[in-house]
Design a protein around this ligand. Structure first.
Ligand SMILES: *Cc1c(COP(=O)(O)O)cnc(C)c1O
Length: 465
């Protein structure tokens, strides 16, 4: 299996190389040259298997000869052993044809754990084999950072630096990043918003001298290994609802487009996915783009679903790559336009391709709170604000196609966003017992300017040689 860049100008890599590289050297994102297909019989055979066994069967064709079967199986087993639910990704029914896929039973209570825990294990195997050290730098709107820290804390061959927007993540999110005691963990509060953090991260990757000097590696959702691990729960949930004999639709609370793009790959692999519905909050650039073909930045407005407060939706580039018939030069031109003009227009052909698969909707702040309240009254379930955006958008999609079961992804535990949930319901959701002392643990964090040179100097100084 070979991995190519969405911009067509970077070296072709193996799975292991693409995983350790993250962002391609031409600024693009790695994708598999061809997507492996599972037959209907192979999909039907997934029914009743453990989450780990499905993960192995779905991921194996993508990883080539980077890992032996035993290595991949061991990595998957260790990745999910610490989850707080035996099913890993349980389905709950909300309405006759509407299901909630709970992706928040991992160590940091958000769906990012599904991929990050696997990559932590895979990195460790690969780095030990090669005798290499790396510096992982990630940008986070809240959940990626804590998931990365949880996955890499204490590993020998890795330093982890996480850039988060100062004052714009929830207290639980911040504490999950600032309270680990391991010396290889570094939480950096940047003066700026998430797009600033992500922009600085991309600039660091494009500073090749620095990149090589510190052995820079990325674990943001630009890393294909993360997208890969997220394909799995589209399979487990669809099969539980009758796939491959019955089609299923998904609504995905979306920011950086990594999660929903995993759903697209599941469809490409042969899973009968009817619609993939992009759910956005008031930062609705993706919904506007799907409706009008115009991707135009307006500025990010902080919301009660902060992990979706994004305007540069990195993985959308991967969706565009497919929509443009894998034309790297076309993608390169669009991304240059976005950088210089703050906007681009999607061609009519590419829009038709996107609309074949994706649907979209957006839910504002007041409606998000209403949905949290309604969901509790009608089903007894407490949902976090991100999941509520999904539930709100799914309602419209279910009305348009009532015959197909809809799975809405619940991307975080309500206790991760207690203020919004309490405002909506009067109930303050409690943290699971295993992290009940989070608010007593001491914090460790470095404030830093939104400045490339300052960040690079800090990373040079703080990383263990
Ligand atoms: C990261 C995140 C999202 C957005 O996922 P993307 O893959 O970036 O689209 C939604 N909800 C929560 C809780 C998240 O942490």
């Amino acid at each position: 299996m070979r991995y190519i860049s969405t911009r067509g100008q970077a070296p072709v890599l193996s799975f292991g190389e693409a995983m350790l590289t993250g962002l391609a050297r031409d600024g693009g994102l790695y994708v598999p040259e061809t997507v492996p297909v599972m037959t209907a019989d192979e999909i039907a055979a997934l029914a009743g298997l453990s989450y780990e066994e499905v993960a192995f069967r779905v991921m194996r064709p993508f990883t080539g000869d980077t890992f032996t079967e035993a290595e991949l199986k061991g990595a998957i087993a260790r990745a999910y052993a610490g989850f707080g639910h035996a099913a890993r990704a349980p389905l709950k029914q909300l309405a006759p044809n509407h299901f909630l896929l709970e992706l928040f039973h991992g160590p940091t209570l958000a769906f990012k754990d599904f991929a990050m825990q696997v990559i932590g294990q895979l990195f460790q195997i690969e780095l030990a084999k090669q005798g290499r050290r790396i510096t992982i730098v990630g940008a986070t709107s809240g959940d990626t950072g804590s998931a990365a820290i949880e996955a890499f804390r204490g590993l020998d061959n890795v330093d982890v630096f996480i850039l988060f927007p100062h004052g714009r993540v929830s207290e639980v999110q911040r504490r999950q990043m600032t309270t680990p005691i391991e010396g290889n963990v570094h939480a950096l509060a940047v003066e700026g918003d998430f797009d600033d953090c992500q922009g600085k991260l991309k600039d660091m990757f494009n500073d090749f001298a620095f990149r090589d000097e510190v052995g820079l590696a990325g674990v943001n959702s630009i890393n294909f290994a993360r997208v890969l691990a997220q394909i799995v729960y589209f399979f487990t949930s669809a099969v539980a609802l009758g796939a491959p004999h019955r089609k299923v639709s998904f609504t995905v609370p979306t920011g950086n487009f990594g999660d929903i793009f995993a759903g697209f790959l599941a469809k490409e692999m042969g899973l009968p996915v009817e619609r993939l519905v992009i759910a956005t909050n008031q930062n609705d650039i993706l919904d506007r783009c799907l409706k009008a073909g115009d991707y135009t930045k307006h500025g990010v407005t902080p919301s009660i679903s902060p992990s979706m407060d994004i305007e540069v939706s990195s993985n959308f580039e991967r969706a565009l790559f497919w929509a443009y018939g894998k034309d790297g030069a076309a993608i390169s031109a669009l991304m240059d336009e976005l950088k210089t003009k703050g906007s681009f227009t999607v061609s009519a052909n590419a829009m038709a391709h996107l609309r074949d698969t994706y649907d979209s909707g957006s839910v504002g702040e007041a409606r998000t709170l209403e949905v949290i309240g309604e969901t509790l009254r009608e089903t007894g379930e407490l949902v976090c604000p991100h999941s509520a955006v999904g539930v709100g958008v799914a309602a419209g999609a279910i009305d348009r196609d009532p015959g197909t079961p809809m799975v809405t992804l619940a991307t975080a535990h309500p206790a991760k966003f207690p203020d919004a949930v309490e405002e909506a319901t009067g109930i303050r959701p409690a943290l699971p017992p295993r992290m009940a002392d989070l608010f007593e643990r001491p914090e460790r964090v470095t404030r830093v300017a939104n400045d490339l040179a300052a960040l690079e100097a800090l990373i040079r100084k703080e990383r263990r040689a």
